[in-house]
Design a protein around this ligand. Sequence first.
Ligand code: GRF
Length: 201
Amino acid sequence: KRTAILISGRGSNMLSLLEAARAPGYPAQITLVLSNRPDAAGLARARETGIATCALDHKAFPDREAFEQAMDAALVEAGIELVCLAGFMRVLTPWFVRRWEGRMINIHPSLLPLFRGTRTHEQALEAGMRVHGCTVHFVVSELDAGPIIAQACVPVHPDDDPAALAARVLVEEHRVYPQALAEVASGRAVLHEGRCVFRDA
Ligand code: GRF
């Protein structure tokens, strides 16, 4: 499956997906990295790997819809079949979400449905959690609420600060996102009637 990665920042998850996709037999072929921030560090790192990149500065568009139409056009133009959000920091409209329904996945740095939104590591520490983690899910209109494809847990240590906890979670993100993408790209994990179901590939 021809896959695009959408980023806004440093792109460490993007790199882990690119790395995984190099393995023989991996079911997703990553052919485009798109960023809404032309200065994203991840975009430069993607260019270094030789992959096609696209920078679409959302501030250059009159509204969210116009930005998303340009993004959609770039994805269609590149023949993209699957979209991975990896630290992509723009909220998507129902129109765009519907266009890519069942074909767009995201990674979120918490064990959903706990701690939606931002500052998830702070939220987990404030709640006194003893475990924390990350979730890969299909994207639906409601933010961080889509059907769960895969999760991974880490312990919370008594002396953790948000940065230490984030680093521990990130290691798991880099492991679980490539696995989840493989499940979706192979057709094993599918969005069906609002749930993620697993079929024999
Ligand atoms: C990750 O923690 C991801 O879960 C969250 O934003 C961060 C992006 O990091 N959505 P990177 O750009 O992949 O390094």
